[in-house]
Design a protein around this ligand. Structure first.
Ligand SMILES: NC(=O)c1ccc[n+]([C@@H]2O[C@H](COP(=O)([O-])OP(=O)(O)OC[C@H]3O[C@@H](n4cnc5c(N)ncnc54)[C@H](OP(=O)(O)O)[C@@H]3O)[C@@H](O)[C@H]2O)c1
Length: 244
């Protein structure tokens, strides 16, 4: 089946973890998946920033406080999911930070390490910790949220570009290693989307010209569904706008 034939109404009753659902793409995705009838564990560093979603979806939303820089918190999150849900069907590695937009010559090394840790190292650790739970799913899916500068490294995008390039490589290796396990692993580049992170990167831009986080959801929903069989692919969310 391809995305054109996919009906999101059948995407329900899955147990899904999305990192970074307080705003932007993660929030839009989280609310859509909850609306369809899935169980979503959604994270933010500040639990109070998840209150709005909790109020809207009191029955199937499970807010969780996670600082991705903190390895112990990641271990505890994996233990919580194992104890309370036993398995995980879908993992969206969505949370991320931009870091600095400067040349490598000027890049602050502490910021560099923070960006690589949050966007790559600790997403690897989270994914690794969750693999045994995803293997318990009838059909697992891991979706890594990447960027165009992860596919085509770009000047002044420094650690962000390199972290996303690493995430692309991680996606490919994992897809090969899990090929026989009924787990698909893909990356999605959202493309310029009207969010706070985009505003940070392009403060002068008029965001009303950009797709919204809701607009770009179709490929994310498809990849979470039982219908998606593709693995090791690099998707561009913009190509699927309006396809559902
Ligand atoms: N928007 C675009 O144009 C665009 C383009 C290409 C790729 N992307 C990618 O798409 C993903 C979502 O971006 P977005 O635009 O929706 O960004 P956003 O609006 O800035 O949201 C980022 C999310 O990540 C979470 N987060 C940030 N730092 C964190 C940390 N240290 N620990 C745990 N969570 C943290 C935030 O949660 P809290 O602040 O509540 O903790 C927030 O929910 C990112 O991976 C980004 O690289 C976006």
């Amino acid at each position: 089946m391809s995305i054109e034939d996919f009906d999101p109404q059948y995407l329900k009753s899955k147990t899904i973890l999305i990192t970074g659902v307080s705003k932007g793409i993660g929030k839009a995705l989280c609310e859509k998946l909850l609306d369809l009838g899935n169980i979503v564990i959604g994270t933010s560093r500040e639990l109070s920033d998840l209150q709005e979603i909790s109020l809207k979806f009191p029955r199937n939303f499970y807010p969780y406080s996670l600082e991705l820089e903190n390895i112990n918190q990641i271990t505890t999150l994996a233990e919580y999911i194992e104890e309370d849900f036993d398995k995980l069907d879908v993992l969206f590695n969505n949370a991320g930070i931009l870091g600095q937009i400067v040349t490598l010559e000027k890049y602050d090394f502490d910021v560099w390490k923070k960006v690589i840790n949050i966007n790559l190292n600790n997403q690897f650790y989270l994914t690794q910790r969750l693999l045994k739970l995803i293997k318990k799913s009838k059909k697992g899916s891991i979706i890594n949220v990447s960027s165009s500068v992860g596919r085509f490294p770009r000047e002044t995008w420094g650690a962000y570009s390199i972290s996303k390039s690493g995430l692309e490589a991680l996606t490919e290796i994992l897809s090969q290693e899990l090929y026989k396990e009924n787990i698909i692993v893909n990356s999605v580049n959202p493309g310029g989307t009207a969010t706070l992170m985009r505003k940070e990167a392009y403060p002068e831009e008029d965001q009303s010209e950009l797709p919204t986080a809701d607009d770009i959801l179709p490929i994310f929903l498809y990849l979470a569904s039982d219908e998606a069989k593709e693995t090791g692919m690099k998707y561009n969310a913009r190509e699927y706008i309006g396809s559902l």
